[in-house]
Ligand binder design. Structure first.
Ligand code: AKB
Length: 318
């Protein structure tokens, strides 16, 4: 049985991944790591142990690993792309300083490590369509710089010290549970909230800007399945392209309009987010993840839209 520590358990991915892992491995086997001001609440607090684990504090990570006999760490602490552009020093401190702390603890205490990477590792010179697994990674954002460096450092720890590091490049993640904060792809979450509340949506990303996106249940499965996978088939590790759908604001807007005919959208493009979005791929080729560990998405845009609108409708009592 695994003993898992989630660093960043109350964030966009962590809040759902912690509950999913507890449903698989048992509540007592999954520790919800948190920082002051972001303590677990409700079901997350009650369904298993939690521990104060600030990723910038190596000692705190080591104490939690030792106390709960942790063998697997999910390192979910990061600033998302738009906010990282506003606070590049902090983004580096959390993204790289934090990862270094996690890898050092993992090396000394024998843990496997999952660290999400992102479509943000790619830049303007990367092939835009069906972006290959192995291609140019030259981002011009601090988020992308930390993610590329994180991929390299994680591979280094595997090659040099045998630490079992694994990762996927997440696209924009869409969920009705915990909203993201400060990402470039957040519009694809916010648009559903506006539709479900009966409000007009002000879109910060220009029409015609395609990005890869994924529904959270698929993303959670990817994070769990890669850590369960038989690594003897791995050619890659840090990090695998994964994909399920690609759209621009017009496509998602019209898909939502099928179910909410009165829904209205207007563009007010945010130059920072738009520049980041334009530097990212339109769509990724995830053949290597499919071949090396059997990755396969379950949701497409339409099945995601139906589920999002139903769940948000229940949330807002509509
Ligand atoms: C962001 O927009 O910053 C993230 C990402 C694609 O990594 N959602």
């Amino acid at each position: 049985m695994k003993n898992i520590l989630i660093i960043g358990s109350t964030g966009q991915i962590g809040s759902e991944l912690t509950m999913k892992l507890r449903s698989i491995y048992g509540g007592d086997h999954v520790v919800a790591g948190y920082i002051p001001g972001a303590e677990p609440k409700g079901e997350l607090l009650e369904s298993g142990p939690s521990a104060l684990v600030d990723i910038t504090n190596e000692q705190q990570i080591a104490e939690a690993v030792s106390r709960y006999k942790i063998d697997t760490i999910y390192n979910l602490a990061a600033l998302l792309s738009a906010v990282a552009e506003k606070k590049p020093q902090l983004a580096w401190k959390i993204g790289m300083g934090g990862l270094f702390n996690v890898l050092e603890v993992a090396r000394e205490m024998g843990c496997a490590v999952f660290t999400p990477s992102s479509i943000g590792v790619f830049g303007n010179n990367t092939p835009k369509d069906k972006t290959p697994q192995d291609t140019i990674r030259n981002p011009r954002t601090m988020y992308g710089v930390t993610k590329v460096s994180g991929e390299l450092l994680s591979d280094y720890y595997f090659i040099r010290f045998g630490v079992d590091t694994r990762s996927v490049r997440f696209p924009g993640l869409i969920s009705y549970v915990t909203p993201p904060g400060g990402g470039t792809t957040d519009y694809a979450v916010d648009i559903y909230y506006s539709a479900a509340k009966g409000e007009k949506f002000i879109c910060p990303i220009a029409s015609g800007t395609f990005m890869d996106m994924m529904y959270m249940p698929d993303a959670l499965r990817a994070a769990i399945e890669i850590m369960e996978a038989d690594s003897s088939k791995f050619i890659h590790r840090n990090s695998f392209n994964i994909a399920s759908m690609s759209f621009d604001p017009e496509i998602i807007y019209h898909n939502i309009k099928k179910y909410v005919p009165d829904f209205q959208m207007e563009y007010q493009v945010d130059p920072l987010r738009q520049a980041i979005a334009e530097s990212w791929p339109n769509s990724l080729d995830d053949t290597c993840a499919r071949e090396e560990w059997g990755w396969k998405p379950e949701y497409d845009l339409d099945t995601m839209t139906k589920d999002m609108l139903q769940k948000l409708g229940e949330k807002f009592g509509k």
